[in-house]
Design a protein around this ligand. Structure first.
Ligand code: 5RP
Length: 230
């Protein structure tokens, strides 16, 4: 296993210590969250924990089922105890860019429903400014795409429709929408950019997660760092 995979696994192992018996959990998407989901499954089996999970993507749903995590929905549990998820970029204030896996809208909804939001990542995800060498994923209603692209350019972004890798055509999210990856360069004020984007008709959600993460576990080659929101 590469150092990065080891680091992701180490971060996930620390985060899973937040899980307690009786918890309802938001289950994030991506390769680092996957380590956490597998570890939760092992704890359920070993410690006979009563846990219910709300998955943030079809992929996570399948992994949770395979890992023996009983599932629920936001209809049954509109408030969750804890959510564990990954991130694509993390700044010093624990603001995040998420969505390279395309699950950003469900991830943000689940994160907003949770009492504690814990992020797992390896150290390559840390950045002094969000947007530096990192595009911002934005979920867009297909009907609105051309107009949304123009408006993103109008506020200084360089938008690119995300295409499938193995066939031709745009990537579709679990909600049936497109993903636009917008390059803004280093983002001066994520707090100002996010409402500007959200106010464009046809933008469903952005990958900017501002003031949402409570704790970030950062996997490093020789250990795990813990960052906490003040
Ligand atoms: C998916 C996400 C993921 O959490 C993010 O892409 C990180 O994934 P990975 O842990 O595989 O690097 O936001 O929408």
């Amino acid at each position: 296993m590469s150092w990065r995979e080891e680091a992701k696994k180490r971060a996930a192992t620390e985060a899973v210590k937040h899980v307690k018996d009786g918890f309802t959990l938001g289950l994030g998407s991506g390769s680092t969250a996957a380590y956490a989901i597998k570890a939760i499954g092992r704890r359920i089996q070993r410690e006979k924990l009563k846990i219910l999970g709300v998955p943030t993507s079809h992929q996570t749903q399948r992994l949770a089922e395979d890992s023996g995590i009983p599932l629920t929905t936001l209809k049954e549990h509109p408030e969750l105890d804890l959510t564990l998820d990954g991130a694509d970029q993390i700044d010093k204030e624990l603001n995040l860019i998420k969505g390279m896996g395309g699950a950003l809208t469900r991830e943000k909804i689940v994160a907003s429903a949770t009492k504690e939001f814990v992020i797992v990542a390896d150290q390559t995800k840390l950045a002094d400014r969000l947007g530096k060498n990192q595009q911002l994923p934005i979920e867009v209603l297909p009907f609105a795409l051309p107009t949304v692209m123009l408006k993103i350019q109008g506020i200084g972004g360089n938008p690119l429709l995300r295409e499938m890798k193995d066939k031709t055509g745009p990537v579709l999210t679990d909600n049936g929408n497109f993903i636009v990856d917008a390059d803004f360069g280093p983002i001066g004020s994520p707090e100002e950019l996010n409402p500007q984007l959200i106010s464009i008709p046809g933008v469903i959600e952005t990958g900017l997660f501002i003031d949402m993460a409570d704790v970030v576990y950062v996997g490093k080659p020789n250990g795990v760092g813990k960052l906490q929101r003040e």
